[in-house]
Design a protein around this ligand. Structure first.
Ligand code: 5GP
Ligand code: MG
Length: 185
């Protein structure tokens, strides 16, 4: 897997430092208020699990599953596979946590849907932000890193379902994207 990597953009130690900083910002923003971290699966599971362990105030955890990419690197239609239950949403202060804010369509749609379902407040926290790619006007309330306009994998982010377990963020060698889709994993 490591042999498929072209360039490491954020190393493990850089990631730890970035998450420490975001965790402090989130802690400051929510001290004295109840809130629920809503991790957007699958991509944000690694980030969310590291992030919550650095937030030393009470919080609850919920999940939703959404996918906007097929097996390649181009955006497809947003599909929501499941939402938190009604009482995990209604009247709650939600912090939507996602792996990357790209065009913004995913978080824009999810924020809207959670508000419709009765959330008291919906803020957003992303591991990576690609501001140059934005198609809808949306800024994350918290973000760990800004990233250039490049398809990246690792630390939760996949290509064709793989590479989520890389401990750093990297781009892949050109030949990997060009190769035919791997078989079932
Ligand atoms: P948006 O709706 O903001 O365009 O897209 C957000 C989703 O697109 C992310 O949650 C992620 O699944 C996918 N995505 C966007 N850019 C990248 C990237 O560089 N690498 C990977 N692996 N996924 C990406
Ligand atoms: Mg994804």
């Amino acid at each position: 897997m490591h042999a498929d990597v072209d360039r490491i953009l954020f190393s493990e130690s850089e990631i730890v430092a970035g998450i420490d900083r975001v965790a402090r910002e989130v802690t400051r923003a929510y001290t004295g208020r109840d809130f629920t971290v809503v991790s957007v699966l699958k991509g944000s599971c690694v980030f969310a699990s590291d992030l919550i362990r650095r937030i030393p105030i009470p919080l609850e955890l919920a999940f939703l599953a959404a996918s906007s990419y097929g097996d390649g690197t181009e955006a497809g239609r947003l599909e929501v596979n499941f939402f938190p239950t009604g009482n995990e949403i209604e009247g709650r202060n939600l912090l939507l946590v996602d792996d990357i804010l790209d065009t913004g369509r995913t978080l824009h749609a999810l924020k809207h849907e959670l508000a419709l379902r009765g959330a008291a407040e919906v803020r957003t926290c992303v591991f990576l932000d690609k501001p140059s790619r934005r198609a809808v006007p949306l800024q994350a309330d918290f973000r760990a890193f800004e990233v250039e306009n490049l398809f990246v994998v690792g630390y939760g982010l996949d290509f064709a379902g793989r590479y989520r377990n890389l401990p750093y963020v990297a781009s892949l060698r050109e030949a990997i994207y060009a190769a035919p889709k791997p078989g079932p994993v």
